[in-house]
Design a protein around this ligand. Sequence first.
Ligand SMILES: *Cc1c(COP(=O)(O)O)cnc(C)c1O
Length: 441
Amino acid sequence: MSDQNDDPIVPVTPRRMPKAPIEKIGGRKLKPSTLMMGHGYDPVLSEGSLKPPIFLTSTFAFEDSAAGKRHFEGITGKRPGGADGLVYSRFNGPNQEILEDRLSIWDEAEDALVFSSGMSAIATVLLANVNQGDVVVHSGPLYAATETLINKILGRFGVTFIDFPAGATPDEVSALLEKAKTQAADNGGKVAVIYLESPANPTNALVDIEGVAEARNQVFKDEASPPIAIDNTFLGPLWQQPLKHGADIVIYSLTKYVGGHSDLVAGGVLGSKAHMDPIRAIRNTIGTICDPNTAWMLMRSLETLELRMTRAGENAEKVCAFLRDHPKVEGLGYLGFISDASQQDIYDRHCSGAGSTFSVFIKGGEAEAFAFLDALKIAKLAVSLGGTETLASLPAAMTHLSVPDDRRAALGITDNLVRISIGVEDPDDLIADFEQALETV
Ligand SMILES: *Cc1c(COP(=O)(O)O)cnc(C)c1O
């Protein structure tokens, strides 16, 4: 037997080259809901498959050794511009790259990164930005695990924090940033990052992103200024786009509205390439990227993002109009019915919709709230939000049980505060469910 391969090499000529992405027709810039069906992927790349296949591979073959070297020069930063192609699945893969291209469209971000969870996204952003002695300034309250990460875990590495209430004025934020600067200088560090979450959970208090950016620019006039990062999970990407209001880094738990079907866990980070590069380097090192299957599911979810969020927002408005006037309801924490003038001002400048996650205060205490929750027939009793189905929970007894009593009281997390995330069901069915559940209270 000959050890020579006599088979002729048959060159495979693609029928055509992949098309350049279409983002405009004539002078018309295409809307995100249109681009979600095809942006960043051409079927010619994958045997004509209309949908991108799921690329289950841990590594990618180089065309030759020189290409392999070039890739690694890019990955390690020896050559600017990053990776030249795909190398290894801890760094990136085709599904994640297409997803990142599509995700960045909604916020008009230059660059995006996807992660295995919202928390791994947040942890990677913080690891990329903090050093020993640094101070993190953050709005409060934050998602409980984020608060643990900043206040307890980073504390073990000599990082301190200062927080301000979500509704703080720009002057109050300025004063706090001055204080943080002094604290950082005393610790031999810098103010590393200003970390926001708006609206805050479960109070729905809004942060004045523009006000925080003004305060930051005023306090750090001629010095290197800390980036403003914001967790935009509750209103983004449809109803609030913080990059347009002065934020530098936008973070998502894609588990919520973007995933939208309560069937996956993932995270996303968006912003300028300059802000994303150091975060990407940490993600490459520690492997907090999301897997190809999850990325594929998120692309499917993005196709209906606008439909789902719009319907959920309309449903929430109808349900809240019903709840507002109900004799067994003490009050509502819903962005569609804000009573505070300065909060309304922030809403008008920053938000294009009130979302579908809100709080309802049942008259009474825990017993009455439990009676209401246990009587629900359509709404499911579960934490999380942003899915197609309506969920309800009691933060004081569940997500915020570990928060000390005095801090819980200060945040307004009372025993009768029921948290509701409205889905895409028929709104009148939902109202019928809430009506019968309130009757049992
Ligand atoms: C759920 C959530 C997170 C954490 O996201 P995971 O995907 O669960 O890791 C962070 N911030 C907010 C506001 C959230 O709702």
